[in-house]
Design a binder for this molecule. Sequence first.
Ligand code: NDP
Ligand code: MG
Length: 377
Amino acid sequence: MKKIAILGSTGSIGTQTVDILPSIEAEVVALTTNTRIDLLEKQARALQPKMVCAFDETAAKTLKIALADTDIKVLAGMEGLISCAAESGADIVVTAVVGMVGLLPTMAAINAGKDIALANKETLVCAGELVMRAAQEKHVKILPVDSEHSAIFQCAQAAQGNRLEKIILTASGGPFFGKTAEQMRHVSREQALAHPNWSMGAKITIDSATMMNKGLEFIEAMWLYDMAPEDIEIVVHRESIVHSLVEFEDGAVLAQLGLPDMRLPIQYALTYPARVACKVPRLSLAEVGKMTFFAPDYDAFPALSLAKRAAQEKGNMGAVLNGANEAAVGLFLNDKIAFGEIADRVAHALETVPYRKQITLDDVLESDRLAREIARS
Ligand code: NDP
Ligand code: MG
């Protein structure tokens, strides 16, 4: 029985992780939420973890009362999140919280020798260098949950020690494919939240609309697979059937295909190297009929170039890109700024926060703080 901690169990990835649990042999030892304590209580009663955490302190107090008749430990805040990651007795930690709030718990889990099923891409964008180094030192596996990175991971198993020459990341293109920056500038929150293929949390859905999500994934792939930015290509694939591809030195290109459903990559991260039956409906290529591919439009989606620039510069620029983006997306979701302003504010933060090549965890936290401040001002 694998012991699993799920950070962010009440979110889109978190609930889908809970959904596939019956397919795998697993015992849940920890669950966390921010404020959705009704759902967390339900999950806790069903799965009987050792501990749970509500990041929000007020929510945690209510949750503690709700679970008073059980012997489940109820924790709060960052400290609680870190305990759930590192001290719950987990073998593997699913990082399904949204945002750079996942960084410290992920680092704590790695330092405690836990494998990571990584959904929380912001962690790698902010501190990929530090996270991958720590994982290597602690002999910890970072197993990708993100569908593109899972596809690359699955294809790369054919490498047999040969070098990957190129990674080709597919992108759905989001709800605004084919529009110009001008046409997109004042789209509404509802329009931006209407993703054509995937149902996900609000933040990543907005990132998909700006295509910052693909920029974040570009950086995520760079760190996960130790690739140079020049060797990572992005291609828009509207149907989200080909989840990504790898190219070898002889020019052979391998892809992983499937219907757009996160439960397969989540499950594979938890059962790797084994494959077990999965609830996800099977792919019928005849039903799909036609698949289309396009070069990305860098003029319409400036977030892509901003992320590529942060990938080239490395150092603290990933943290700046991500911090500014999280703040700007938050402003957009609260109707404070226009859609087109998200990328403007990220660009401004990249220009303004001083560049640091060598970074520590403290530098990452400080760059994140500064970037958010600039993006909000
Ligand atoms: P959701 O917003 O649906 O869920 C996020 C989870 O984190 C919830 O449990 C939420 O609690 C919790 N949370 C939110 N804010 C905080 C905080 N400040 N401190 C602690 N916990 C917090 O996000 P998704 O599931 O969509 O995404 C999670 C991660 O997975 C992201 O990094 C995303 O990029 C990545 N990912 C998601 C995919 C998807 O299909 N959804 C696909 C690939 C990657 P509460 O319920 O109270 O809000
Ligand atoms: Mg993805």
